[in-house]
Design a protein around this ligand. Sequence first.
Ligand SMILES: [Mn+2]
Length: 410
Amino acid sequence: MSNRPFRFVHAGDFHLEQPPGGVREVPDHLRELFIESPYWAAERVFETVLAEEVDFLVLSGDLLDPLRTGPRGPLFLVEQFERLAQRGIQVYWAGGRVDSPDAWPAAVPLPENVHIFGRGHVEQFIHLRDDEPLACVMGVSRAGRGVIRTGDFHPAPDGPFSLAVAHGSINPKNLEKRPVDYWALGGRHARSTLPGTSGVAHFPGTPQGRSPAESGPRGCTLVQVDHQRNVRASLVHTDVVRWHNERMMVDQGTGREDLQGQLSRRVQELVDAAPRMDLLIRWTVAGEGPILAQLRGPKLAGELLQWLRSEYGYGPPAAWSLSLDVESTAVLPPKWYEQDTIRGEFLRAVRAAQLDPSLPLEVETYLSERQLAGTLSDIVAISDEATRQSVLREVALLGADLLSGEEPQS
Ligand SMILES: [Mn+2]
């Protein structure tokens, strides 16, 4: 069946209740940007909806925890929803971990253009344009541990383009059985599209990175659907401050000036790649040579950090260096990896994850709801390879340490 072309914006995981964290200090001149960034980035999502004149907005959960934002959060969202209402733009919202429909304060009524999906069973709306069906929008708010039950979605076989909106985890294998054209998913802070599914299954990620683990560009997704129901999803940047983890390699011949030159070239590249964007950079120096020992000492790292900050940190745009550390290079005895012990088994599992970046860490299953709602969600959502590797290195060292307690050190 042919379809009328249309466009929508898909966004989620605003987490208005959660200012960025995971840094030792925030300088005065970046404090406001830092604290306000979740709101400013969310506002850019609504501005994208207006600027692109899309047909509707799909929100896949975790917009805010109203208890933690206080009245400001709901009032902000209502104001934004009303801007869309003035232009006749509908909003379809499935609640996630923190924004269950029951959590919304009764004192702040939602405008009529906002449709919140209930918990427990899938609801469906037929979105009309000029009284003709454009899309069938199905959705459900998260319940319990948030495993999305794909079998609960029943798009009509000869109906219009179908969307399923939900927050949580999903088994890509189950997607094949449901003829849904677009799965609007939430719950991952890194933008991703699940591979190998017939319909598109997409997580737009969070509009604003919140910690060094959420590095790189963030935004919302503009989705265009053509006559043949082909989907084109593109990233629209909404972040107002961007995180970077930069790993600099040194060798036997690297001196202080060389390292300064390397750092300065890299800052320039980052600034050129995102002009007008404030940046927060965490540096790790790795490799070999005498400069590493100097950096571990009391002075050099601090001096370089001061120099980076005064050269580039005040902008505009500001490229603020958060920290400069030497990568932990402690090496575990190779034979520990071969031993038939819990420690050996643990280290082999970590090594497998280090060698194969596509291997999911799946830490989510070991964490409670409360842990997942807090800062540990950053670890669950590790998005870039450098962070993954450094976390796994620390995991190996810490785990080996804890598991070595009872055994002779060998
Ligand atoms: Mn989230």
